[in-house]
Design a protein. Sequence first.
Length: 431
Amino acid sequence: MGRRCNLSLSPVMLLFWFASFSLVNGKTNLTRPSVTPINRDLYHTSDTLMEEIKALVHRHPDKLYMEVIGSQNKGYRVEMTVVTYCRNRKEIDDRSKYRVLLSFGQHGRELITSELSLRILSILIGEQFLPNMDPSSLNNTLERFVIKMVPMENLNGRKLVEAGDLCERRNGRGVDLNRNWSVDWGKKEKDYDPYEENPGIAPFSEPETQIMRKLCVSFEPHIWVNVHSGMEALFMPYDHKNTTPHGSPAQRVRLMLENLNRLHCKQRCVVGSGGGSVGYLAHGTATDYMYDIARVPMAFTFEIYGDRTGSSKDCFKMFNPSDLTTFNGVLNDWSAAFFAMFNMSTHELDVLHSKISVPSLEKLVSIDDYLNGYLMERSSRYGKKKEVLELGMQEIRTYFRLFLLSSVLLMFMFCSRISKSRRQIVSGMPL
Ligand SMILES: [Zn+2]
């Protein structure tokens, strides 16, 4: 039918139809480069993900506990859900257990990370299982932990992504939550991209970062993992400089990451300091704060997936697996990596703990290791004083610069006044 109809059109009309078709198509190509949309067969919306997590908590009140923390600043409102896992909820405050704090979805566009949080929770409460992992040894490991998870740290940013802004990584008012912490805050590299890395007006200016800091202060984790995507990597500090911390504890931690790379990342993961390996230095990051200020012995950033083959505008595809096989592969590999990390880290933390609690062994540990933050005593390791001191030093530096500037200005005014009065004297001489 259509073909016969077309054949009956005059050649002029055909030409007109062809021209307008190419124009419309050309315009579409100019304004909308082809980007991969969110695959809704694989990915939850933020609402359905939260509902699934709520339902999990509801089904397992003996092991899980959920709280929603709200905060606001100048009309900008934030809500953050935190789920706490303990094999026996009555022991949730047992300070002899190792504490883990995990954050997912700090950058809005990295949807896969929040999917991983749901997978890890399902394995923790025994609704899903890891292949090749003996359940009894897993139970023994989990017995020793209390795990706090933030499945979507940047819910407002994620909502923007879901509304179509697929490349958005910042929070709901344009601040990069992984540049808003206090260690080396606000420093800008030559390749600084204000769109991607806006650090906010001050350290902790954002409600999301404030909530995360409070969580860290009250919970005092032994392990922190900031889960991102964009590449495959197992990062340890530092992000703001091109080195890892010195000392044998840092070397042991690096070895642990290398083992994880071999066992669960097929040697594809980059291992080392974020600043030394990612290709740029990052200032004001959460992991550097956790390590340097909060004195978390094991502070990591895991990058769980990246596809750099396509266009840099095709953000969903760049940061998230878009087909079922890769999607499942990432969730299987990385949930296994997390549980292996829990297992390995108990051993590492036991070693550190024994060095702290047995005074005779303390002399075997160099003072540098203590200063590097691994072996600080629990009571003082949080180092609130250091943080206050650090922020205080920043203010002092600012005041000092202002003082210097005003002194120079005063000197300048003083000198110009003298030379003026001299000129007056000189010019007055002939008279
Ligand atoms: Zn990220």
